[in-house]
Design a protein around this ligand. Structure first.
Ligand code: GRG
Length: 303
């Protein structure tokens, strides 16, 4: 199976799980369930659940019973996008090629939709899973929760806001403080959920501690490369290709890899991280291992 076929088939499994497990749109009060379904079922690469699937398969697991837990990652990711697009944060009206959730349903409902998706995610993660004992499941839930708490994704978002407060940054030579602030933002805002996705797959698949350490290194390298590529796409691609507003990082004076070190050095750093991700992916010796190919896809993507 080529990587394109693999991604297509795993994406279809995630889409089916999301469609099946999300509350029906007519569940009272209908407006919140319509908004949740609008936000989640409106496209997206589904890269986080696919990373969990790939890690579980690389560790030899059958993935069908795990799909609900893996799809919870997409609820958490979508909640972060819905909240990030709100007027108080990025104030954006375009996401995944469609109007943002708060533009369609109003700001109050946008806030509540994000809240509902985050809560729903942990309910999916806590649902009993055939063949997985409770202590493993608790370990998996704790891993995901830590990745998105105030020392993870939220912390990264706060650091990002603080780095941009006061309007556009004046271009100037960058110092060690800028690089470490940027690393903190990227590792927390984006990297930790991507790493937790890989670990969720490994933990629920029954991976041992050595395999989990390898998966963590793979996830951290892939997660950072993902965000560097995202920074590059923001300056290189159009809104039509990205399905979201392009050029926002420069407009908002965001701390990004290309802003700090230039596009060429940023691309080289993504390449170095890809090498690290592939080396770790190749250490997992399961029967079906697409982890290296996914890292390559993440680095080569155009949207
Ligand atoms: C909780 C408000 C709040 C924010 C948390 C994750 C995040 C911080 C904000 C979302 C916006 C953003 C630019 C995040 C960086 C991570 C990123 C590149 C998200 C886009 O992910 P893709 O490319 O999107 O996987 P699709 O649409 O394919 O799912």
């Amino acid at each position: 199976m080529t990587i394109d076929e693999y991604l297509k088939s795993r994406r279809a499994m995630v889409e089916a799980a999301l469609e099946r497990e999300l509350p029906p749109a007519n569940t009272p009060p209908a407006v919140i369930h319509e908004a949740m379904r609008y936000a989640v079922l409106g496209g997206g690469k589904r890269i986080r659940p696919i990373l969990a699937i790939a890690a579980a398969e690389a560790c030899g697991a059958k993935i069908e019973p795990l799909l609900k837990a893996f799809s919870s990652l997409e609820l958490i990711h979508t909640y972060s996008l819905v909240h990030d697009d709100l007027p108080a944060l990025d104030n954006d009206d375009l996401r995944r090629g469609r109007k943002t959730t708060h533009v369609v349903f109003g700001e109050a409902m946008g806030i509540l939709t994000g809240d509902a998706l985050l809560t729903e995610a942990f309910s999916w993660l806590a649902a009993p899973v055939e063949g997985v004992d409770a202590s493993r499941q608790l370990r998996a839930i704790a891993e995901v929760a830590r990745a998105v708490d105030s020392t993870g994704m939220i912390g990264g978002q706060v650091a990002d806001l603080e780095a941009t407060i006061g309007g556009a940054r004046t271009p100037r030579p960058h110092g060690a403080d800028d690089v470490s602030a940027l690393l903190f933002i990227h590792r927390n805002k984006t990297g930790k959920l991507l790493t937790a996705s890989v670990l969720l797959g490994g933990i629920l698949a029954g991976a041992d501690d050595d395999e989990l350490a390898t998966l963590r290194r793979y996830g951290e390298a892939t997660g950072l490369a993902f965000q560097i590529v995202d920074d590059l796409l923001d300056i290189e691609e159009s809104a039509a290709t990205l399905g979201k507003t392009a050029g926002k990082d420069v407009e908002q004076g965001k701390l990004t890899y290309p802003a700090l070190m230039g596009a060429e050095a940023a691309r080289a750093e993504a390449g170095r991280l890809l090498g690290e991700a592939v080396a770790n992916a190749d250490m997992i010796k399961g029967p079906l291992n697409y982890l290296a190919a996914i890292a390559r896809f993440i680095c080569d993507r155009r949207s």
